[in-house]
Design a protein around this ligand. Structure first.
Ligand SMILES: Nc1ncnc2c1ncn2[C@@H]1O[C@H](COP(=O)(O)OP(=O)(O)O)[C@@H](O)[C@H]1O
Ligand SMILES: [Mg+2]
Length: 256
């Protein structure tokens, strides 16, 4: 067994073609959802294998997960286009699960009305597998939850543009580049004019929901979220809400 890097330190293992990760109350629902994706012909997500005690086993998604948008391949336009296309394909495959699943569903994140599809919930470079300079797979379905498609698109644009203040550590794109990248992502995804008009506000709502969840989980004693809050993640998201609000008009002008 080999310890994998990139997520929670010391908790995610690779064993041959499988990955072993901590499970949660939502894991049985997530596995049914992963099975649904397979049944819809979507092959860019892990196969659910089993849940044992407090761990889940899923198939290893081939490719290189790279969090860093400053990496020339991950930050390339080709990657951006393929990431948006993959999100669209995933959303198409996600359709139908909420209507067909007959069991009690438990999600880590609170569902958001209207319940159009199951969103991934954290569609960012650090949860996407890449190969030949293109996004080919999606991992880490812990944050999946029912919500409108736009809820997922908003967070994805936030992460892939990224719409984060260039003064923050690790942000290498200028505001102009970020706006251009947001537009490229929306176009490749197939965003409608209605989607685009709602996007800035939806990003702020999505980030506020994330911050609220992070703070509540940390206050309830969750170790991972406590670590995230102590590392300044919630503060950074709050600063990014301000950043998106400050540049809302330019973002809308670029998108519409
Ligand atoms: N199904 C998978 N296929 C391939 N690699 C995976 C898979 N799940 C996790 N990984 C690897 O483990 C690392 C951490 O995974 P992740 O599940 O996203 O952790 P966390 O839940 O802490 O965010 C990823 O960067 C990736 O390299
Ligand atoms: Mg992850």
């Amino acid at each position: 067994m080999k310890l994998l890097e990139g997520g929670r330190a010391g908790q995610i293992w690779r064993d041959g073609n499988t990955v072993i990760r901590p499970s949660g109350a939502w894991t049985p629902t997530a596995h049914r959802f992963l099975r649904h994706l397979r049944s819809r012909g979507f092959s860019g997500a892990p196969d659910p294998i089993e849940i044992t005690g407090n761990q889940e086993v899923v198939s290893y998604v081939t490719g290189r997960v790279c969090e860093d948008l400053s990496d020339q391949f991950v930050g390339s336009e080709r990657m951006l286009l393929s990431a948006a296309n993959l999100l669209r394909e995933f959303h198409s495959a996600s359709q139908g699960f909420l209507e067909s699943d007959r069991e009690v569903q438990t999600w880590m994140l609170p569902p958001q009305e209207p319940y159009e599809i199951v969103c991934h919930g954290d569609y960012a470079p650090y949860n996407v597998a890449t190969a030949d300079h293109a996004a080919v797979g999606i991992i880490d379905f812990d944050t999946a939850h029912p919500a409108p498609r736009l809820w997922d698109l908003a967070y994805s644009v936030y992460r892939w543009a990224p719409l984060s203040d260039p003064a923050n550590p690790d942000v290498t794109f200028s505001l102009d580049d970020q706006l251009r990248r947001a537009e490229i992502f929306c176009t490749a995804y197939g965003a409608t004019m209605e989607d685009r008009l709602q996007l800035p506000e939806m990003i702020c709502r999505r980030l506020q929901a994330l911050v609220d969840f992070m703070l509540a989980s940390a206050a309830a004693g969750d170790a991972t979220f406590t670590e995230d809050v102590n590392a300044g993640d919630a503060l950074l998201n709050l600063r990014d809400i301000d950043y998106v609000r400050r540049h809302r008009d330019r973002l809308l002008k670029t998108l519409c």
